[in-house]
Structure formats: C-alpha cells, structure tokens
Design a protein around this ligand. Structure first.
Ligand SMILES: *Cc1c(COP(=O)(O)O)cnc(C)c1O
Length: 395
C-alpha cells in the first residue's frame, strides 16, 4: 500500500497496513520472504537488472520484499521520503554518518549520547580524518560556536541517554542549516509515536528498532529515514557495498511490532508516569528525572516537541554505588539489563555498564553519578513495578 494509493489514511492506520504487498496467495499477514537471492528468466533480464533498466529484486543485501514492506510502513508513519532498514541501531548510526563523510569534514554532536554513538564520534571518525566536536546539546551558544567554522552534519539524541535531557530540535536545526550542516537525530528514546524530528527541521532520523519497534526483546534492527536525495547521493551505494542491511526475518518481526507500537507506547508512558511519581516518595531517592513532569529542567520544551514523556525514568539514590547495587540485586520483578523499550521492565546502572568507558570527569559532567539508575518501564501492571521498587529500595 503506497502513499499514492491511499493518500488520506491516518498514521495509526499506516502502522497496521502501511507497506502491505500481498503475494498471489492473498495472505492476511505480511509474508516472510526468507531468500538471499532472486532468479531471472533470461540472461537478458539479469543484464537489465544490473544495468538498472528494470526495477526488481537482485540480492537481499540490496533489497528484499519483506524488508521493503517494513521500510514502507515506517516511512509512511514518519512522513519521510525514504526509509532504509538496517541490521541494528548502530549500523544505522554508522551508515548515516560514514556514507556522507570524508577526511577533512567536521561533525558537531551533543555530548550526552548512547555509549556506542559516543565511541563512533570520538574514536572511529577521527581515525579517518574527520574532525569531531562535542557540545552541551542544551546550550544553543555552544552549538553556535562549534558550528561557526562550518560542518558537514550534526548528530544528537533527545531525550538523551541516560539523563533524559531535551535538546531544542527546531533551534539547533536552524543553527546547523545556517552553517551548511545536515541534522541527524537519534529518535530512539522518544519513538516515532511521541516525537517527529522532521517536523522541527531535522533532515535524517535514526532508530534502533531493537527497542520499542520490536518492543518484545526478540530481534536487532535499525532504520534511517530522510530525504530521497540523501539516499540517492550517499546512502544507497554505501549500503549496497558495505552490507549493513536488515535480515528479512527481523523485518517481519518489526512489521508485526509496528502494528501494536502505538498501543504499547501509550501504556509504557502511563506506567512510566505512575512509577516516576511513586519513586519521588521513596526514601533514599534524591532525584527523579522524567521528561513528562513539570519539574523536568526543560519541561516546556519537552511539551512542545514530544506528545508524551516516554517510558524511561532516571533516578538518583543518595547512597551512591553501594545503594544502587543493593537495590538492583534485591529486585524480584524488574530485570537488570542494559536494553530498553521492552515489554519487560529493565533497569541498568549506567556508570558501570553503558557509560563505563567514559572518563569519570565527562561522566559526572553529564550527571551520570554512581547513584544514578535508568529504568525502562515495561508493560506489566504498574502496581507490581512500584511494589518491586519499594521493596528493593526500602527493605
Ligand atoms: C540502543 C540504542 C542505539 C543502538 O541500537 P542497537 O540496535 O543496539 O544497535 C542507538 N541509540 C540509542 C539512543 C539507543 O538506545
């Protein structure tokens, strides 16, 4: 189902039906085309396919019908010109950057990043002669100064991991465009349901579909969305020849995840609010950070660019690392895991896991103290999540 055939269907309908291409068997649910290659009737047809004279599947590194259905579904929901599905969120981040960068280019990025995004920007890109600059993403003056010499692109995450800072997408996109840079936004924490960066001026949106889009802890995946020219000029050949494509099986799982995404995200948000409110009254909890609350440092910005606060809650214990470890080890329901966006509630201690590679001064600058915990609130009954937290933090 392409946008052309169904111009008036609403986004919620696109989550369920967008991209569906039935085979001649007329199956209800999307077919899983578990094939690496495709065959040709004649040698002439193969020649035409490779010349690009006919539009058809050639090899699943380039494209696959199940993967294409998932790409089209996410594309329609996000309202982008193109979507490419990738093997993981990190494959998406790396491809979006590497496909457009060359030695001598500059990249400006916000400092509060997912650990592997931080590694690509501070360790890998500089090895290839790309200059990278990190800024406090919430400080527009820092963006302006860093962008003054020009840049090829900027990269940011909002809300950020794990301290849930909000970056002003519109203001930062305007500054980047004035400096000739394109804007890449990692939209994983917000999900496509709660925040649409393209509407605020971003050029390219990235997902780890491993998180809320699968949402049930099964498959790795990623996606890149943006203008057609970015795919034609940079991304398409990069993917074709370096091979970070999503497997058809994973795309099939993601397609089914999309059908329930909005419902799940709604319940995730309800549960997160309930749990975050509860945590405020638990002894030993010094601070609760949740983007949907009025006491969040950027509450009004969060309201402007997000439809709800999301399912991640960060909180700090007065007792530091020992209190954090004691609480983690006492949990009966909530699992200790660095994953997020899962139907199961998951909790992690960022300073010893996702951010342990980061130098201590940088970590503390970002507010990632030894007492900080990041909770991905799941779809269980909120009362059970709250009881587990109370028991683990107080008993
Ligand atoms: C998980 C995550 C990634 C990486 O995605 P993978 O699918 O694990 O490779 C990138 N950015 C953010 C914000 C994430 O949470």
């Amino acid at each position: 189902m392409t946008a052309k055939e169904t111009p008036n269907l609403r986004p919620r309908t696109m989550l369920v039906r967008g991209g569906l291409e039935r085979s001649p068997f007329m199956e209800t649910s999307e077919a899983l085309y578990l094939t690496s290659g495709y065959v040709y009737e004649t040698a002439e047809e193969a020649e035409a396919a490779f010349k690009g004279d006919v539009d058809r599947y050639i090899y699943s590194r380039y494209g696959n019908p199940t993967v294409a259905m998932f790409e089209e579904r996410l594309r329609l929901f996000e309202g982008a010109e193109f979507c490419r599905a990738m093997a993981s969120g990190m494959a998406a981040v790396y491809a979006a950057l590497a496909c457009q960068l060359k030695a001598g280019d500059r990249v400006v990025a916000s400092r509060a990043l997912f650990g592997s995004c931080h590694y690509i920007i501070t360790e890998i890109l500089p090895r290839y002669g790309v200059e990278t600059v990190l800024v406090d993403g919430t400080n527009l003056d820092e963006w302006e100064v860093a962008l003054a010499p020009g840049a090829q692109c900027i990269f940011l995450e909002t809300p950020s991991n794990p301290t849930l800072e909000i970056i002003d997408l519109k203001a930062v996109s305007d500054l980047a465009h004035a400096a000739g840079a394109n804007v890449i936004v990692d939209n994983v924490f917000a999900t496509p349901v709660l925040q649409r960066p393209l509407e605020f001026g971003a050029d390219i949106v990235i997902y780890s579909t491993t998180k809320h889009i699968d949402g049930q802890g099964r498959c790795m995946g990623g996606a890149i969305l943006g203008p057609q020219s970015f795919n034609d000029d940079h991304l398409n050949q990069f993917i074709r020849h370096t091979g970070p494509s999503m497997s058809p099986f994973n795309a099939w799982v993601m397609l089914k995840g999309m059908e329930t995404l909005e419902l799940r995200v709604q319940r995730h948000c309800e549960n997160a609010k309930d749990v975050a409110l509860h945590l405020r009254d638990v002894p030993g909890v010094a601070r609760v950070i949740y983007p949907g609350f009025d006491d969040h440092p950027q509450a009004s910005l969060a309201k402007r660019q997000m439809d709800d606060g999301g399912n991640l809650v960060a909180f700090e214990l007065t007792g530091g690392k020992s209190a954090a470890f004691k609480a983690l080890n006492a949990m009966n329901l909530i699992d200790i895991s660095n994953n997020l966006g899962d139907s199961k509630s998951l909790i992690t201690h960022p300073s010893t896991t996702t951010h342990q590679r980061m130098p201590e001064d940088e970590r503390l600058q970002l507010g990632i103290t030894d007492g900080l915990l990041r909770l991905s609130v799941g779809l269980e009954d909120a009362e059970d999540i709250k009881e587990d937290l109370s028991h683990a933090l107080c008993d």
